[in-house]
Design a protein. Sequence first.
Length: 141
Amino acid sequence: MRTTLILATAVSLSACMSTPEQQARAERNEAAAVLSPDGQSFGDGARVAGPARTCVSLSQIRNSRVRSDRVIDFSGPGRQTYRVVLNQSCPQLGFEQRFTYSTSLTQLCAQDIITVLQGPGISRGASCGLAPFQPIVPARR
């Protein structure tokens, strides 16, 4: 069985120039990739909530939040959240904030590939490998 799922979040169609507020938000979102020296929290205040997993069942993924070119938070039932910090920056992922993946399994795994969806005509952008799924407790807003 082949499953294809498109995860998307709202795309801001603001001007290309960054405002100070947009720059601050980008810096906060990039901080989500930085794990503290003790390995227990991220730069955005999210806390590690257990050992990382190689795969997560698709039934445990309800939505995603692209935080930057390297960070995606996957949310599921019961307030469970998994953070994936890509090994490398995935070009345009943070700007477009939407991607697709294809899997023949009923789970999404660290070795799977995501592809950034670009523009109003929905063209395919960069393809990037996922990383392990780290359970987290998100920072309070």
